[in-house]
Ligand binder design. Structure first.
Ligand code: HEC
Ligand code: HEC
Length: 212
């Protein structure tokens, strides 16, 4: 009787070890799958045209709400840094043209390319998006309406947005952010393809409840 109990306890122990190990493995594998974008084709099963169009935008919103983009599209007059929305250090302000104040121009530190030894991002046109293009703190449906609005999107047509997101090199920095920063999900070309699919399907916006 005693022997049998020991064997039973042993078996239960071994089974438990296997379950726990499998659990740990699946938990650590997750983050690898997240920084990608689905292709427009992968939504083919959605038959309702409105919902299909909105689904493209919801997928695109993974990029728009990514910290690499939001840091330059902040709600106030100061850019953000890193992945936690911390205020830019030192404090810098947009100034009248978005390129900084007279005494603290963005280009004082941000050169024409990433400067790895100083961990400083770079691009020849480095500056802050105007305040009407702020995305920080907004829901996905709100960003969607804003991006379609010529008054708030730099007077762009929907068609302009395809190339702006898919090809503009300042936007493209977010996929080559340098120094250990996590890039925006997928590739810039994939993001452009989603914008194109969204625009060509009528540019519908997701409903409020499907926001972040
Ligand atoms: C005094 C130097 C300096 C000035 C001036 C400056 N920056 Fe920066 N900026 C930095 C440094 C250094 C970093 C990198 C900090 C880090 O990632 O830890 C940085 C990072 C950033 C980031 C974060 C990128 C990311 O996703 O993590 C943004 C956005 C940014 N700067 C925008 C601006 C804008 C816009 C201006 C002008 C209004 C500006 N900066 C002016 C030094 C400066
Ligand atoms: C270095 C700062 C910076 C970064 C990083 C950045 N932007 Fe912008 N963005 C700007 C500026 C400046 C403008 C205004 C330029 C203009 O109107 O010509 C702008 C305008 C836009 C616009 C057009 C206006 C609107 O809101 O509809 C879109 C779309 C856009 N950015 C998308 C992105 C996306 C997507 C990312 C990330 C993948 C991104 N941006 C990252 C600075 C930045």
């Amino acid at each position: 009787m005693k022997n049998r109990l020991w064997i039973l306890t042993g078996i239960i122990g071994i089974v438990l070890i296997f379950i726990l190990r499998a659990e740990a493995k699946s938990a650590s594998a997750k983050p690898l799958l997240e920084n990608t974008l689905a292709s427009p084709e992968s939504f083919a099963s959605i038959k309702d045209p409105q919902k299909l169009s909105a689904a493209y935008f919801t997928e695109l919103s993974k990029v728009l709400t990514n910290q690499r983009c939001v840091n330059c599209h902040p709600s106030g007059d100061t850019p953000r840094q890193g992945d936690t929305r911390r205020l830019h250090q030192p404090l810098v302000y947009r100034g009248v043209d978005g390129f900084g104040t007279n005494s603290m121009r963005c280009s004082t530190c941000h050169q024409s390319a990433n400067f790895e030894p100083g961990r400083i991002p770079g691009h020849p046109g480095w500056h802050l998006a105007p305040s009407e293009m702020a995305w920080e703190g907004k829901t996905v449906p709100e960003i969607c309406e804003q991006i379609k609005d010529p008054q708030r999107n730099g007077n762009r047509t929907l068609h302009d947005l395809i190339d702006h997101i898919g090809k503009d090199t300042l936007v493209g920095w977010a996929w080559q952010p340098g120094y250990g920063r996590t890039p925006a999900p997928g590739t810039q070309a994939q993001a452009g393809a989603l914008v194109e699919a969204w625009v060509n399907s009528g540019a519908a916006c997701p409903q409020q409840q499907s926001s972040r």
